[in-house]
Write a protein that binds this ligand. Sequence first.
Ligand code: HEM
Length: 354
Amino acid sequence: MTMANAPDPIPQPVLGPLTRAAIFLVVTVKPDAESYAAIRSFCGDIAGLIRAVEFRDIDAGLTCIVGFGSNAWDRLFGRPRPAELHPFREFHAGDRHAIATPSDVLFHIRAGRMDICFELATQIMERIGDAVTVADEVQGFRYFEDRDLIGFVDGTENPRGTLALESALVGEEDAAFAGGSYVLVQKYLHDMKGWNTLSTEAQERIIGRKKLSDIELDDSAKPTSAHSALTVVVENGKEVKILRDNMPFGQPGRGEFGTYFIGYSRTPRITELMLENMFVGRPPGNYDRLLDFSKAVTGGLFFAPSATFLEGAGEEEPAAAAIATPPVVSEPSSTTTVGDTSLGIGSLRGERNE
Ligand code: HEM
């Protein structure tokens, strides 16, 4: 997967199994040089910190993936930078808005138990708390039968085995960053009262699967606006996948019911195309009705470099000349979507808020 003669970089545990508990911690780095230096030096130490907490209950399967937003990448590491890293792309249509929110560093902590996730988050904040401002923190839990709070099994069509690896990890196309992964996160809040007024059949048509059995609806019964239709993307005649590990979260006492969406991918283009299909529609206007009952309140795009990169991340500040300006984001050119033979992706430019 990398250049000849170079040892394969070890990925962060992106391909780890779905767990019972997770914490999603998003922080911004304070603008001074010392704060950036503190984060840079923490990169080399995080593996040791995770090992120390993990060893307190090795069976809990604690893992943590660290990702960096586009602007933070430049100030932390300079050049080279991951080829497709850019700020979160917003999508806006009607009253639907995939919003971008401040996000420099993401910690995706997973384990079989919340207490060990909580301990790692505490230790991380102990170490970097003075250098960052917390933008968002969500504790997610696994709900009955891997369902989200709207009652549907979530994660069924995730790629497995080699397909998961090929879908989530950068390969030779960006050899300097092979083994890394682009991570897109969004926190959604659901209007449960509204959702629950729908019949089960209406909900099934929105998701595109049976609620109880989780079986996919027949093509004849599945609307083209179904969530599981709009998120199917075909590139060069082949379906391309992302790796998701959504988690329910909420506070019933406050009427808060949510899904934390997290998608790992080899290229952010694919996840962005799914978002475009959901928010703008395919074709425009044929949008995802799940969004009539779900509002995105955060949005961030990160690059989770390989564990090998993290460990070797220098203590030195990148030279001023090596600090890159974010590359101009080009439109996906060779991507087509199911049911859309027009390749009219460029025609949606006007609805995109970059
Ligand atoms: C409100 C937030 C969301 C909820 C509650 C939700 C829920 C679901 C459910 C229940 C399924 C069907 C079972 C499965 O295959 O996992 C599904 C499928 C899927 N979702 Fe979502 N999802 C959400 C947001 C998103 C977003 C933002 C994306 C991408 C940007 C996405 C991408 C996908 C993909 C790729 C599939 C599989 C489609 C297939 O191959 O059949 N989802 N989602």
